[in-house]
Design a protein around this ligand. Structure first.
Ligand SMILES: Nc1nc2c(ncn2[C@@H]2O[C@H](COP(=O)(O)OP(=O)(O)OP(=O)(O)O)[C@@H](O)[C@H]2O)c(=O)[nH]1
Length: 480
């Protein structure tokens, strides 16, 4: 039952109701006494009425005062605390200092199981919801902000993965993107055998369904724990999509099931990560376009040298070999002079195409000068470089270029240097060694591969086994 509000103040209402009720009781009481059979002359006397009404007023007032003393301080405490929390939240919002707004500081202990206790408990829940909302917003802003500063694809993926793992409390994860129709892992943390991910069933399902896939106790994913491998309890895979175009996916794994909060966070990160990834891919694409020589499709010199520096650093870090070849077309001036510049261009383009057709995906072909190419061969040991050099030399020698009027054929001389065998201390020195070997190849008759070294190895101009040149021949060559 709800009594009508008489004023805008709860305690004045209470006073009116309680004192009024006391007064009513004081008036009714003498008649109630009459029913019990007491003498009506005494009961209906003015003195008895006055005493009864006074007692009713007294009890009503005492009730009001008691209610006020019991209830008012608790209501006051609630409102004062709410004010404090409100001031702290405002201050934290403008100064981004949430030290004084933790759950412990802002919540009120619930000390009763009545309606006031229920109000305090609802207030505490509101504080928690407010803090959670701030936490999610801060995490999402921090994630988007940190990604906006990264444009390099691998750095971006590693950075994003690190943050996603930390915010979702996951143990391991990976980022896979689609490149030229193939899935590649561009970042991973704490997973074993990431290669298997590419063909794994959950990955395929996530890309096909273009929605979150959650796998409990996956069989084909293992976490690389500090001491041993552990099987995750749950793995979540989320597609990375921009305007219905699939870019790839990220997956995170945990040794327990993900919480509701972690799941919500994954979805928030999924959107900003997709956008940042799209930007990084567009940036990479533009960089590649700007880095490509239009005639030959090889990387230009500036980009090529940057890549060479990167590969050199990586080689030193990982202690793997690095091969460098300088390839120069033989008597190319004659081709130009005899058949014209356009025919020369066509030959150059076809030679570049032939080289590209014989190298691996990670190898880097650079147009180093007019008719000179630089070939960077990451992780290629000496034997493999020499075999490839011979293959390229023969492939170019066998190439026939139809200009419309003539069928041309050219040869190429190649200088090879391999790190760390040649003990080069810089990329410049590595190129210089390959250049010196090229010089020997030209002066030993062209259409040859020369391996730089104290006893340089020079191939014959057949498509057969290489032979070593004598020091005397080298001296003669050096004087040419
Ligand atoms: N068609 C065409 N020719 C180019 C291009 N860049 C450089 N060249 C030509 O390549 C020729 C290089 O000549 P040289 O440096 O004398 O070398 P070469 O005739 O190949 O002689 P060796 O290297 O000693 O075998 C010059 O005629 C340049 O004009 C190009 O983009 N297109």
């Amino acid at each position: 039952m709800r009594l009508p509000r008489l004023t805008t103040t709860l305690f004045i209402d209470l006073a009116i109701w309680m004192i009024g009720f006391g007064l009513l009781m004081g008036i009714i009481f003498p008649f109630f006494i009459l029913i019990l059979g007491l003498n009506s002359n005494d009961v209906l006397s003015t003195q008895f009425f006055a005493a009864s009404i006074s007692a009713g007023l007294f009890v009503g007032t005492a009730n009001y005062l008691l209610a006020r003393w019991v209830v008012r301080p608790r209501l006051q405490r609630l409102s004062e605390h709410t004010r404090k929390v409100e001031a702290a939240v405002r201050n934290a919002t403008y100064h981004d200092d949430w030290e004084n707004c933790t759950s412990t500081v802002c919540q009120i202990p619930v000390d009763s199981r009545d309606e006031i206790g229920e109000s305090i408990s609802a207030f505490n829940d509101l504080v928690d919801a407010l803090l959670l909302s701030h936490e999610v917003e801060a995490a999402s802003a921090d994630f988007a902000h940190s990604l906006s500063r990264q444009l390099e694809l691998n750095q971006l993926a590693n950075h994003a993965l690190e943050r996603i793992l930390s915010y979702t409390d996951a143990n391991a994860g990976a980022v896979l993107i689609e490149r030229m129709g193939e899935l590649v892992v561009i970042a991973q943390q704490g997973l074993t055998q990431t290669d298997q991910l590419i063909t794994s069933e959950p990955v395929r399902r996530c890309l096909t369904a273009n929605s979150l896939v959650s796998v409990i106790l996956p069989v084909d994913i293992m976490i690389d724990a500090v001491m041993a491998h552990a099987r995750p309890r749950e793995v979540c895979l989320l597609p990375l999509t921009v305007e219905h175009t699939s870019l790839g996916l990220f997956l995170i794994a945990k040794t327990q099931e993900f919480t509701f909060h972690a799941r919500r966070m994954m979805h928030i990160f999924q959107q900003s990560f997709s956008l940042a990834l799209n930007n990084a891919l567009a940036h990479e694409h533009l960089q590649t376009l700007a880095a490509i020589d239009a005639l030959t499709g090889a990387y230009n010199r500036r980009f090529g040298l940057t890549r060479l520096n990167e590969e050199f650093q990586r080689t030193m870090r990982l202690d793997t070999p690095l091969g460098i070849m300088v390839l120069d077309l033989d008597h190319f001036k004659t081709v130009n002079d005899t058949h014209g510049h356009l025919a020369g261009d066509r030959v150059l383009a076809r030679v570049a195409e032939t080289i590209r057709g014989n190298i691996r995906t990670g190898d880097i072909l650079v147009r180093y000068g007019g008719e000179e190419f630089l070939l960077i061969l990451p992780s290629a040991p000496e034997e493999a470089c020499r075999a490839l050099g011979e293959r390229l030399r023969c492939a170019v020698a066998e190439l026939r270029v139809n200009t419309g009027q003539h069928v041309l054929h050219v040869t190429v001389s190649i200088g090879l240097s391999v790190f760390p065998n040649d003990e080069a201390e810089s990329t410049q020195q590595l190129i210089q060694y390959a250049d010196e070997a090229l010089y020997l190849a030209k002066h030993n008759g062209r259409n040859r591969l020369v391996r730089f070294g104290a006893a340089p190895v020079v191939s014959n101009n057949q498509c057969g086994a290489p032979i070593a040149i004598t020091p005397a021949r080298r001296r003669v060559a050096a004087h040419c």
